[in-house]
Design a protein around this ligand. Sequence first.
Ligand code: SME
Length: 206
Amino acid sequence: MKKLLILLAFTSALAACHYGVEEADKTLKANDEYKSGAGSEYSTNRGNDGVLPKPNSNKEEAYKSLLPQIEALVSGEQDLIANLGNICAALKSAFNFWWVGFYLVKQNELLLGPFQGPIACTRIAIGKGVCGSSWQQAQTIIVADVEKFPGHIACSSASKSEIVVPIIINNHVIGVLDVDSEHLNHFDEIDQLYLEKLIRDISSIF
Ligand code: SME
């Protein structure tokens, strides 16, 4: 029921933003298959140790379908906060991530921006945690097990793995996109490829 409500909310949001219903249906189907593991070995069964099997191409299809819609969604709006909020909502609805959010560089620290998920720490110094490290290195960081990342900042004890993608504009990191999962080893090169692509494709909103 909860899933249905989330899907309905996402569908309505897309429709309200004048999306092609066909495209939205396609995405929702791909996302649903990704989440249910239909037609694949992928499964979101969370009854075991919380470790996901290696994701397959359904995740890639979900990203491929979702990204153009996110681009279209933000292209009609100038306000940064509104756009970042919707990007978080779209990613969380599509993939059921534990936490999705932006940190933006302000006065030489990362300041919490729009996000979806539990309450998070508000300020992160350069080099600190996964986010501060991604900022310092200007590189995406994938952490398979947050407990094994020295200096990881635990905003939620439920978070088990994480990917942080820097937002680089004119050769400067101006923020990061942080995505957390309650499963170990949730993120791989497919997430990196498409989340980096997303950030590149929407760079004009910053
Ligand atoms: N875990 C992050 C902090 C942000 S929260 O996960 C939302 C880090 O180590 O930088």
